[in-house]
Design a protein around this ligand. Sequence first.
Ligand code: NQM
Length: 349
Amino acid sequence: MLMRGGTSRGAYFLAEDLPADPDARDALLLSVMGGPDERQIDGLGGGHPLTSKVAVLSPSADPRADVDYLFLQVAVDRPEVSSRQNCGNILAGVGPFAVERGLVPAGEERTAVRIRMVNSGGLATAAFATPGGRVDYTGDTGIAGVPGTAAPVTLEFPPVEGALLPTGNVRDDIDGVPVTCVDNGMPTVLTAAASLGVTGYEAPADLEENTALTGRLHAIRLKAGRLMGLGDVTDTTVPKLTLLAPPRDGGAITTRTFIPVRCHPSIGVLGAAGVAAGLRVEGAVGADLAHLPAGSDLVRVEHPTGFLDIECGVGTDTAGRPVARRTAVVRTARKIFDGTVFPGFRPTS
Ligand code: NQM
């Protein structure tokens, strides 16, 4: 099934319909999505990382979850399929797809699907309307970066196991640039746009063309990856990098996010969860730029095409380290096409 999940689009599969061997599965998925090719002309992909995604679902053996969701990023320009990152946007379609395929019975009015995110080991619950026991994708919820409106899907994340600040520090200095490395479901490096000589309000295309900037970001990312315990991140899609600037449209903060080569036209869900958590840590990069509403966990994250509202509370563990308590966000998802895909050319390397 081809679905839009939040601001991404991907092919959703049942695990039982794909080869069990990961190499055979990945070769098949590359072919299904049409890669490696900049335009993905021979497949379902849209020639951009945000439209070259795959979700693989199966019943979960974990008593805390109904389904297992494995996210796979299919590279556009090289023959590579990666399970190293998670995706909170594609997650928005997982609950509806689980009901569509009968993995989870639909409630008469609403259905809540408990999801284990295989990539990170984290849990999430997706709740959405199922009037008369069927998923209804129509509704009046709009999200920035997607035309029109659709039915809301509420995503809730319990606290992420593992450190919110994976380097153990609130701030690190990399190549003379102060950064905060955060992981609230997606490893992300937060920097102030101003410390990299940009405003943080530029259009994504202008930032992508700024080779002095992208060169510095590349170097910072490689060092941050090691500090975060991720090893050599040269060929991986995590950590992401988010540039922060004061809000301009009544939100809490302005963002420009590199994922990590292309600059996101909006922002990823879990990427935004990391920004929201980071801003609540005293002394973190960006905390001094943010306008956070008093007495509320809501953070309005401004991005190139609008804003994303996310709720995130941060407390401390028994050792006094910051931890995210609960994160929640509203997205939409839509079934675009359900049918048979015919794989073509299969790259051998
Ligand atoms: O951060 C893009 C997206 C994402 C990831 C990326 C995402 C998330 O917008 O949860 O959704 O960071 O590669 O789909």
